[in-house]
Design a protein around this ligand. Structure first.
Ligand code: ADP
Ligand code: ASP
Ligand code: MG
Length: 594
């Protein structure tokens, strides 16, 4: 019998009527011939209320006790949903994470799933029950309750769908699918029929709270088709599958993270391994580092900037102060009034000028760009928080995301529900099952075709990035990786890579621009090697960047530029070291090669 996993978010079980409506949906699915597993979140904003309660007692509640507290929210709702199904004359059983056997590591409040036992669920299903599983929670080796991070019920649902080889995973929520951006902030956002795993993963990590990013890692790893749809209607929602909605589209969506903080370590001695000290100390505190920018040193000292969630700033600064002392760096600087705006699209890599359009649109609104990080399918900029919503609306408008794009629609809009097709072969699913939320590295690619250009000492005012890149685009040069960092004396440094054959042309334009803007002449490296490590869990496994730096430093290779996203970490090193760097990374990540 086909297995269907249905997940109901907090707003979909916010009161008794909604709980009954969710119960009816589950019963209907069972009557249609499915075995049904329902994953439920805490009612309404119950999780927020529990967090508030804890904060009234203490500023720093122990993480273990926090998990004990937060897991009660889901325990309430699973019991009520099971009662609702009983009251409608059907069999149901509620189970906590521990009862199901969702084994996690012991990182309280951000735990990762290690294994899931399916025995109890299968038995209950075979006895004719609708199984009601508590989302967001698990149990560690010492039988302590853990939670998976805010929004983690999505991850429970997709993980259960994966281990049960479910035919579909339906995510019922308060919107009728995934939009080009958050429709609460930009009402003209467009509903997407379909979106690819990679795009959804990047959007979710960039702030699209509609799906927990780690749930998409699972979906991608195990080829689970996810259907995001409304609890309050039967309209088709959005399918999250391997293929994008429109092949070749440069930008499919935009997202923002409003509460970020930027930290810059100033004047770090530029030697292999210096950056690791910073990363190691920050990741040891379990703080996820986001945009990372390291500019090439002009005076053999580098500035390293990165962003972290705003409420992680205090203990990030403690770690950074330690690193400053250890490294003999000049100091550190931070700004906690910043927000990150990102655009995402699989077609970006093949279309020139996307970054420049984003920078120009923001410049025309007078919005200053504080940091830039790009990858093949995502461009992120940091702006002052007061401009966050306006910046999001501006980029949404610039790429006309509110309008149905001209069709070159991907031929087959898959209706993957119950069709049994999986983008990952079954043998691979079995192999990956053992790894659950472990890091998987697909490939370490080497691109030796690029050169690097750095324009340093730019005054930090709106429009300069747009100006530099529009002149370069005008000269017909396609820019690949872009990193803008905050430097000393409040200056901005921009580094980027271009094809080697275009370097001279590009340098002429950059020199002219630098002169006009009163900056020193641009620096360059005629041959760099770009290494791309890609796979699943690149960023949610906070240690990937550190391991990567460490492996390169051990070979005496200095990292010139770095860019991280959910699916990739890109690093640029001197062109002479490409092969050696690739070998070092392959060896470092051998255990994670999928
Ligand atoms: P649930 O409680 O069902 O898990 P969430 O609040 O976690 O629901 O997620 C749904 C919300 O996500 C929507 O109400 C919407 O405001 C927000 N959201 C953010 N980005 C997007 C997007 N790109 N598409 C749809 N919704 C989005
Ligand atoms: N109740 C948890 C939260 O609010 C998990 C979830 O809803 O997905 O974050
Ligand atoms: Mg959610």
């Amino acid at each position: 019998m086909p297995i269907l996993v249905q997940k109901f978010g907090g707003s979909s079980v916010a009161d008794s009527q909604k709980i009954l409506a969710a119960a009816r949906k589950a019963i209907r699915a069972q009557n249609e011939g499915n075995q049904v597993v329902v994953v439920v979140s805490a009612m309404g904003d119950n999780t927020d209320l529990l967090i508030d309660l804890a904060k009234q007692i203490t500023d720093q509640p122990p993480a273990r006790e926090m998990d004990m507290l937060l897991s009660t929210g889901e325990q309430v709702s699973v019991a009520l949903v099971a009662m609702a199904i009983h009251s409608l004359g059907h069999k149901a059983i509620s189970l906590t994470g521990a009862q199901i056997g969702i084994r996690t590591d012991s990182t309280h409040t951000k735990a990762r799933i290690q294994t899931i036992s399916t025995e109890r669920i299968r038995r209950a299903l075979d006895e004719g029950n609708v199984v009601i599983a508590a989302g967001f929670q698990g149990i560690d080796e010492s039988l302590d309750i853990t939670t998976l991070g805010r929004g983690g019920s999505d991850t429970t649902a997709v993980a259960l769908a994966a281990v049960l080889s479910a035919d579909a995973c339906e995510i019922y929520t308060d919107v009728d699918g995934v939009y080009t951006t958050d429709p609460r902030i930009v009402p003209e956002a467009r509903h997407l029929r379909q979106i690819s795993y990679d795009e959804m993963l990047e959007l979710a990590t960039a702030g699209a709270g509609v799906m927990h990013n780690r749930s998409i890692e699972f979906a991608k790893k195990f080829g689970v088709p996810v259907h995001v749809r409304s609890s309050f209607s039967d309209q088709p929602g959005t399918m999250i599958v391997a293929e994008p909605e429109i092949v070749g589209q440069a930008v499919c969506g935009a997202a923002m993270i409003k509460n970020e903080a930027r930290v810059t370590v100033l004047g770090v001695p530029d030697r292999p391994g210096a950056a690791i000290t910073v990363f190691r100390k920050v990741t040891a505190k379990n703080v996820p580092m986001d945009m990372i920018a390291q500019n090439v040193a002009a005076d053999s000292r580098a500035d390293i900037s990165f962003t972290v969630p705003r409420d992680e700033l205090p203990h990030t600064l403690k770690a950074v102060e330690d690193a400053v002392k250890e490294l003999g760096a000049e100091g550190c600087d931070c700004d906690d009034e910043v927000a990150k705006i990102s655009i995402v699209g699989l077609g970006m890599a093949t279309q020139p000028g996307v970054a420049e359009r984003m920078f120009r649109a923001l410049a025309e609104k007078g919005i200053n760009i504080l940091m830039i990080a790009t990858s093949e399918i995502k461009i992120s900029v940091l702006v002052a928080r007061e401009y966050a919503a306006e910046a999001l609306r501006t980029v949404h408008q610039e790429f006309q995301l509110d309008q149905e794009p001209p069709a070159k629609v991907s031929g087959t809009l898959r209706v993957p529900l119950a069709d049994g097709t999986r983008s990952v072969p079954d043998t691979m699913v079995v192999a990956r099952m053992e790894k659950m939320e472990k890091l998987i590295i697909e490939e370490v690619a080497l691109d030796e075709s690029q050169a690097r250009v750095t324009v340093a000492g730019l005054p930090d005012i709106p429009g300069l990035a747009a100006q530099v890149f529009s002149e370069i685009a005008e000269a017909g040069v396609v820019v690949d990786m872009i990193v803008q960092n905050v430097g000393r004396q409040g200056h901005a440094n921009i580094s980027f890579t271009v094809p080697q054959k275009d370097l001279e042309r590009c340098l002429a334009v950059a020199a002219e621009q630098a002169d006009l803007l009163g900056c020193p002449p641009p620096a360059s490296c005629p041959r760099v090697s770009k290494l791309s490590v890609f796979g699943v869990g690149m960023k949610s496994h906070a240690t990937v960047a550190t391991r990567l730096f460490q492996a390169l430093a051990a070979e005496g290779i200095n990292v010139e530029l770095i860019g991280t996203t959910e699916v990739r970490v890109n690093v640029v090193v001197d062109g002479r070291h490409g092969e050696k760097a690739r070998a070092a990374l392959l060896a470092e990540f051998a255990d994670a090669m999928g």
